[in-house]
Design a protein around this ligand. Structure first.
Ligand code: MSP
Length: 506
C-alpha cells in the first residue's frame, strides 16, 4: 500500500515553536508506523512563504521577502531534523517548480469556467490571511487571533466556490470519516450547509506572490498557492521519479485553525481542477501552555530547540503524545514533563531495560539463551495483544491510546520481574532453566515494546534493540516481525541510564 502523509506548510513570518514541532512529530509517527507496516510512504512538510504576513515580517526586519524566507525557512528545516522527522521532502512555496505548478493549476480552474473577475470587499484578518463573514466573528473580532479584521476591497479573480456547495455536501455525507475526529467533520459540514460564498483567489494590492498567469498585475491568494503544495511537491521532489502515483494523499494532518481551508476550499479546488480528493484529514487540537494556544501571532511561544536540548527529542516526542490526547486540546508544562519523564521514562522503561541487561550480565555472562522450557504463556499472549492493539490504534491515528497500551505492557513486564525475582532463581541451581526463561522473556517482551515504541521514540527503540543485541535494520523493524519467539538469543549490553532522572529544584 501507498501512504502519502502531509503536515501544513508553516508560515515563515516568525520562528518555529513547539506547536509546529507537534504536528510534524505527529505526521512522523504515522509515517514511521506505516513504513513498519511495509507501506510505501511519502511524507511531506515545508514552508509557506508568500503573502502579506510574510512580506510585512520581512519589511519590519529590513529584509527583502526572499532573504527573510531563506533565513526562516532554514529554521523550520532545522526543526524537522532536530525532532528527528523522517520526511521525504521539504517544500518551499518559493521553489520555482512549485510556482510554475500553481500557475498551471489555477489555469485549470479558469478552463473549468470557475474563475470570474469581480470587485470584492470583505472583512480580512491579516493574521489568518483570510476573509471572514460577519457571522463568524466573535465580538467583531477574528475568533482565532482576537483582532479586528479590516475591510479590504479590490478587483480580484474569484473562485466560484458556491458552485461546489452541493457536491461538497454530498461528498461529506457519503464520506462520514473523511475528516476526523467527528466533531471537526460536523464543523466542516455545517460550514458548508450554511452556504458557501465565492472566494477571491488573487490580490492586486500585494506583489509578494505567484503572478496570475493571465494577469501578471495580480498575485495568487496565498492560501490557494499554499494548498497546491500537496500536489506540486510530487512533480519535482525526486527528479526523474514519477511521484504522482502517490496522489491522492491518505492523510492531511493539521490543527483546527485551518480546517475550513482544508476541508472546504481545498476539495472544491481539486474538484474544479479535476484531481481526486485526499482520502482523509486528521485535525488535532492545540497545545496549550498556561491555558492559551501557543501562537506566534500572540507572542506566547516556547522554544522547541531549548526543550530538546535539555531533555532529548524522544522524551519530548513521548511527552507531547502521552500527555495530550491526540485530537484534543491539552496543557503542557515543564512540571508535567518532569513528572512523566521521571515516572514513566526513567523509572518504568529506563530501569526495566537496565535491570534486565544487568541481570543477564550478572547471571548469564551477558548472553541470553532461547528458553528451552517455553515462555510464560500469559506474557506471550499479552505481548501479542499489545502489538495488535498498538497497530489498530495507530492505524486509526489514535497515538495517545497506542502509547497507553504500550505502557500497560511496560508495567506488566516490571511486575513480571518482581514476581519472578530472578535474584532468587539465581541462587538455586535447580531453577537454572526457569531463570533462562525469565531472562529470555524479558528480552522478548522488551523487544516488542521497542518495536511498538519505534514510531514515537525511534532513537530510544533502536538503542533498546541494540542493547538487547537485537537487529535494527528497517526490515527488522517491520511489525510482522513483532512476535515473541523472534527475539534472537544474543549478547546484551548494559549502557548508561537511558533517561537519567531530572532533579527538579524546589
Ligand atoms: N501556512 C498555513 C498552512 C498552509 S497549509 C497548506 C499556516 N501556517 S502556520 O505556521 O500558522 O501553521 C499552523 C499549523 O501549525 C496548525 O494547523 C498546527 O498544525 C500547527 N500549530 C501551530 N500552533 C500550534 C499549537 N499551539 N498547537 C497545535 N498545533 C499548532 O497555517
Amino acid at each position: 500500500m501507498r501512504f502519502f502523509i502531509t503536515t501544513p506548510i508553516y508560515y515563515v513570518n516568525a520562528d518555529p515553536h513547539v506547536g509546529h514541532a507537534y504536528t510534524t512529530i505527529a505526521a512522523d509517527i504515522l509515517a514511521r508506523f506505516h513504513r513498519q507496516c511495509g507501506d510505501e510512504v511519502f511524507f511531506l512538510t515545508g514552508t509557506d512563504e508568500h503573502g502579506n504576513k510574510v512580506a510585512q515580517a520581512a519589511a519590519e526586519l529590513g529584509r527583502t521577502p526572499k532573504e527573510h524566507c531563506d533565513i526562516v525557512s532554514e529554521r523550520f528545516r532545522a526543526l524537522v531534523g532536530q525532532v528527528n522527522a523522517s520526511n521525504d521532502f521539504f517544500i518551499r512555496t518559493t521553489d520555482t517548480e512549485h510556482e510554475a505548478f500553481v500557475q498551471q493549476f489555477v489555469q485549470r480552474l479558469k478552463e473549468a469556467g470557475d474563475i470570474e473577475k469581480r470587485a470584492y470587499g470583505g472583512l480580512y484578518c491579516t493574521a489568518c490571511e483570510g476573509f471572514y463573514y460577519e457571522r463568524d466573528l466573535v465580538d467583531g473580532k477574528c475568533p482565532i487571533h482576537q483582532i479586528e479584521p479590516v475591510w479590504l476591497e479590490e478587483e480580484n479573480y474569484y473562485f466560484l466556490l458556491s458552485r461546489y456547495q452541493d457536491r461538497l455536501a454530498e461528498f461529506f455525507r457519503s464520506h462520514p470519516d473523511w475528516v476526523k475526529p467527528r466533531s471537526r467533520y460536523n464543523e466542516a459540514l455545517s460550514f458548508i450547509e450554511q452556504g458557501l460564498e465565492d472566494i477571491s483567489i488573487s490580490r492586486s494590492s500585494i506583489t509578494w506572490g505567484v503572478p496570475v498567469p493571465w494577469d501578471p498585475d495580480q498575485v495568487i491568494y496565498v492560501w490557494v498557492d499554499a494548498l497546491i503544495n500537496y500536489l506540486s511537491a510530487l512533480t519535482y521532489a525526486r527528479p526523474g521519479e514519477e511521484l504522482m502515483r502517490f496522489w491522492p494523499p491518505q492523510l492531511h494532518v493539521m490543527a483546527k485553525d485551518i480546517l475550513k481551508f482544508h476541508a472546504v476550499i481545498w476539495p472544491a479546488l481539486l474538484m474544479s481542477a479535476g484531481y481526486d480528493l485526499p482520502d482523509g484529514e486528521f485535525i488535532h487540537g492545540y497545545l496549550l501552555m498556561g491555558g492559551e494556544k501557543m501562537s506566534k501571532t500572540r507572542g506566547n511561544v516556547l522554544d522547541p530547540f531549548a526543550v530538546m536540548k535539555q531533555y532529548g527529542i524522544d522524551a519530548l516526542r513521548f511527552y507531547l503524545f502521552r500527555e495530550v490526547t491526540f485530537g484534543q486540546d491539552g496543557v503542557i508544562s515543564m512540571e508535567g514533563f518532569a513528572q512523566r519523564y521521571n515516572n514513566e521514562l526513567a523509572n518504568e522503561l529506563g530501569n526495566l531495560v537496565s535491570r534486565s541487561a544487568s541481570m543477564i550480565g550478572k547471571y548469564r555472562g551477558g548472553v541470553v539463551a532461547q528458553a528451552v522450557g517455553g515462555s510464560d504463556a500469559d506474557l506471550v499472549r499479552e505481548g501479542a495483544a499489545m502489538v495488535a492493539a498498538c497497530r489498530a490504534r495507530l492505524d486509526d491515528v489514535e497515538i495517545t491510546a497506542a502509547l497507553e497500551g504500550i505502557w500497560e505492557f511496560v508495567r506488566r513486564l516490571n511486575r513480571y520481574v518482581e514476581e519472578q525475582a530472578p535474584w532468587k532463581l539465581a541462587k538455586d541451581e535447580a531453577q537454572a532453566a526457569q531463570l533462562d526463561q525469565v531472562l529470555y522473556d524479558l528480552v522478548a517482551g522488551l523487544r516488542l515494546v521497542a518495536l511498538c515504541l519505534y514510531p514515537v521514540m525511534p532513537g530510544t527503540a533502536e538503542e533498546i534493540l541494540d542493547r538487547l543485541g537485537q537487529p535494527q535494520e528497517a526490515s527488522d523493524l517491520l511489525l510482522e516481525k513483532a512476535a515473541w519467539e523472534q527475539a534472537a538469543p544474543a549478547a546484551v549490553r548494559v549502557g548508561p541510564s537511558l533517561f537519567p532522572r531530572i532533579e527538579t529544584p524546589e
